[in-house]
Ligand binder design. Structure first.
Ligand code: FAD
Length: 457
């Protein structure tokens, strides 16, 4: 049986980020994921690296400040995966906020970024309409402009994984579902089943860490780890729209009738729209958007962009994910008000669970855990190592200049970027927005030719 210092279950952004931090600090670590890395919540976000302007309402200043610091860090470290965009917040005569309130909020947002954000501005109605020509003009007062980051969420997690795996003490396996754990005198035995071959393997770990996001409550009860459910799962869906569907020269922040926020974010030659917020009690692995949820978002868009051609034909694809929101004592308000703070639990001497938080702050969350784990295992923890640039870039960057896709390049991506299936390649390594089944060719290469590169086990 192989022995590791740490086994991490769950290869979303938190698992990949933790693997990197532990590996940089010399900890022998194995990461296991049931599917491809970053294929669940960490590719289903609104793809924003942001302080979360709406959390100012909850007076979560610490969270906003930390997130803004992280956003500005990743903008510097990974310009091929993240970039800054302007966000426009329209104000109508019936809006909840008056212009002076918006101005105060935007000023506070810039202040909490230590003025590292590009500065905000207030806009007249004419100035706003010049930027968002599709916007409804009736009762429009004007608006505000501020800056946040847009990220390829799946790829940033993947590049953290690649960076960690450069260290000889780190290893990872995808399509390996953890099915059993057994507490031993020296830690845990962890059994996983390869979903492609059906083979089982058991390894020993001194410490077992769960970064299983919204899957945590169900999984831990099955595995027999001492655990009381902590999550309020909340589903959110997004639409990728064709570029011409809405005329907007920047992102727009819309407030819905039920007092939620919907973002409209032009990027990758298309427009991302999201999100929704609904409780879930169904199977959440590979969760999909429903027709009602899609119609809800289209309805919000039609209100704000009355002249825009917004029907099913404008949609390129949809996706859904479940927020791992942590339950708070005495919380009675809607899901949108549940705090985005994270929590670290220690079910027993040899296990940890990290849940909640936001994508934007993953580096800080995993650091909090790593600085406890690393000294426990007899290593010295060096907190600054994760401030260094990631060493292995994706061969197909998301933003900026892209190389021509050739069969040789595809083979190289499959070989060096831990690709197992065709979906892994098109969705996460090439970051294509179309449903894989709808693709006839991929950036000029016939799909059949690319599929032939994948071996069936
Ligand atoms: C709709 C929505 C919008 C969001 N928008 C933003 C945003 O714009 N900005 C932001 O900062 N944050 C955002 N978030 C939050 C952010 O996406 C999450 O906080 C983050 O992705 C959680 O990552 P994770 O690694 O904890 O979970 P996940 O990414 O879900 O990773 C958990 C992993 O565990 C694996 N797993 C489960 N069971 C097993 C098992 N038995 N064996 C092995 N592996 C297993 C899964 O396959 C999965 O890969 C959003 C979230 C949602 C849902």
């Amino acid at each position: 049986m192989k022995h590791y210092e740490v086994v991490i279950v769950g290869g979303g952004v938190n698992g990949c980020g933790l693997l990197r931090d532990l590996a940089l600090n010399g900890v022998e670590t194995l990461l296991l994921d049931k599917g491809d890395y970053s294929a669940q919540t960490s590719q289903g976000s609104s793809k924003m690296l942001h302080g979360g302007i709406r959390y100012l309402e909850n007076l979560d200043f610490g969270l906003v400040q930390e997130a803004l610091e992280e956003k500005n860090l990743w903008l510097r470290l990974t310009p091929h995966l993240c970039f800054e965009r302007e966000f426009y917040l329209p104000l109508y005569t019936y809006s909840k906020y008056r212009p002076f309130m918006l101005k105060a909020g935007l000023l506070l947002y810039d202040f909490l970024s230590h003025f590292q954000n590009r500065p905000h501005a207030m806009l007249s109605k004419a100035e706003l309409m010049a930027k968002i020509p599709s916007l409804d003009e009736v009762n429009l007062l004007g608006g505000g402009k501020y800056y946040d980051g847009v990220v390829d969420d799946a790829k940033l997690s993947l590049e953290c994984l690649y960076d960690g795996l450069i260290e000889p003490c780190a290893s990872a396996k995808s399509y390996c579902e953890v099915t059993r754990t057994r507490k031993t005198a020296s830690g845990y035995e962890v059994t996983s089943r390869c979903l492609r071959t059906g083979q089982e393997e058991t390894v020993a770990a001194k410490l077992l860490v769960f970064t299983t996001g919204p899957f945590t409550d169900l999984l831990l009860s099955k595995l027999g780890v001492p655990w009381t459910p902590q999550l309020i799962p909340s589903k959110g869906i997004h639409l990728w729209l064709k570029a011409g569907a809405i005329e907007a020269k920047g992102s727009v922040v819309l407030t819905t009738k039920d007092n939620r926020v919907v973002f409209v974010i032009p990027q990758r030659n298309s427009i991302l729209v999201g999100t929704t917020e609904t409780p879930v009690d169904q199977e959440i692995f590979d969760i999909r958007a429903t027709r009602d949820e899609v119609n809800y978002l289209l309805g919000v868009l039609r209100e704000y962009f009355p002249g825009a051609p917004l029907d099913e034909r404008a949609i390129i694809s949809t996706y859904a994910a479940v927020r791992p929101l942590v339950r708070e004592e005495g919380h009675t308000e809607g899901l949108g008000k549940v705090s985005r703070f994270h929590k670290i639990y220690r079910p027993d001497q040899s296990s940890y669970v990290l849940i909640g938080g936001k994508y934007t702050t993953f580096r800080r969350m995993v650091q909090e855990l790593a600085q406890e784990i690393v000294p426990r295992l007899g290593h010295r923890y060096r907190p600054n190592l994760t401030l260094n640039p990631l060493r292995q870039r994706s061969l197909m960057p998301t933003f900026g200049e892209k190389p021509v896709l050739t069969k040789e390049l595809v083979k190289e991506i499959i070989r060096t970027e831990y690709v197992t299936t065709f979906d892994d390649l098109v969705r996460r390594r090439l970051s294509l927005l179309e449903e894989p089944g709808d693709l006839q060719d991929i950036l000029g290469l016939p799909v059949a030719e690319i599929r032939s590169l994948f071996k069936t086990p």
